[in-house]
Design a binder for this molecule. Structure first.
Ligand code: ZN
Length: 261
């Protein structure tokens, strides 16, 4: 069975401290890992993931600035460094980008979140990159911003969605993808979206190195948690794991439509 991890902070310092990447990649590959989208939160991990992709064929690099890191206006220097990174990759995802009014309470930061989000959306729209989006406590605002761009709907992925029902419906109407997070293994309300999102629109993610408490055990997120997540999805969808895994392989290729294999 092949699987993917559509949202993992594989180039983050704390992740690389936890996992010796060459050994871990070998283990994940043996488990069936086909692709991992290594999303970033700022320039340094974006640079690192672009460097790492040349060593591991499983890595799809994701570059961007997370709304938690959007604390000040973007400088021309930062913008051009991100633009340069795009030139180094054949296949690229823009993310993790978005808005967060839930964990970030300081409203003076919100305009910087919007400016940063829009900068990356413009970049993605212009060069047709898939986007990997974080919206927390600002789902409506995010949906409005997304409305003003012309992305092919298959190139938009909403990660770990837990927002209002009406925005979920709107995103479903638009044809977006949703990545399902391992928190569904520990009774998170995130599991609700599985009831509404058809499995033709689902991808799987670990959001590593976020940790989870599953059956009294602390598990640090990484691609190795995906097979369990897939089993749970197959139970919910009343399909065999093999069938779900095959569908998800096809979904990933629709989302990142420049993949060569
Ligand atoms: Zn993340």
């Amino acid at each position: 069975m092949k699987f993917h991890d559509a949202h993992c902070h594989i180039s983050r310092k704390s992740f690389l401290k936890e996992f010796e990447i060459t050994t871990s990649m070998e283990e994940w590959r043996e488990m069936g890992l086909e692709y991992v989208i290594g999303v970033s939160t700022k320039l340094s991990d974006s640079m690192k993931i672009v460097e790492m992709q040349s060593s591991y064929k499983e890595i799809i690099p994701g570059i961007g600035i997370h709304p938690w890191s959007a604390k000040k206006p973007l400088t021309e220097e930062i913008k051009s460094q991100f633009l340069n990174l795009t030139k180094l990759c054949d296949v690229l995802v823009i993310g993790e980008i978005g808005l967060d009014h839930h964990f970030i309470k300081k409203e003076e930061r919100y305009p910087h979140q919007v400016e940063t989000f829009k900068f990356f959306l413009e970049l993605a729209e212009k060069d047709k990159y898939p986007v990997n989006i974080h919206l927390k406590g600002a789902e409506k605002e995010g949906a409005e911003i997304l409305d003003s761009y012309k992305f092919p709907s298959n190139n938009v992925l909403i990660h770990w969605y837990s927002g209002p029902e009406e925005v979920l419906k709107k995103f479903l109407d638009r044809g977006y993808f949703f990545s399902i997070n391992p928190s569904i293994l520990s009774g998170s309300p995130h599991i609700q979206i599985l009831k509404e999102v058809p499995y033709e629109r689902i991808l799987t993610e670990s959001d590593g190195d976020v940790s989870y408490h599953i059956n009294g055990e602390k598990i640090i997120g990484s691609p190795s948690i995906i097979p369990e997540t897939l089993k749970k999805i197959s139970k919910m969808k009343k399909e065999t794991v093999e069938e779900v895994a095959l569908q998800l392989q096809a979904n990933l290729r629709k989302y990142v439509n420049k993949l060569q294999r």
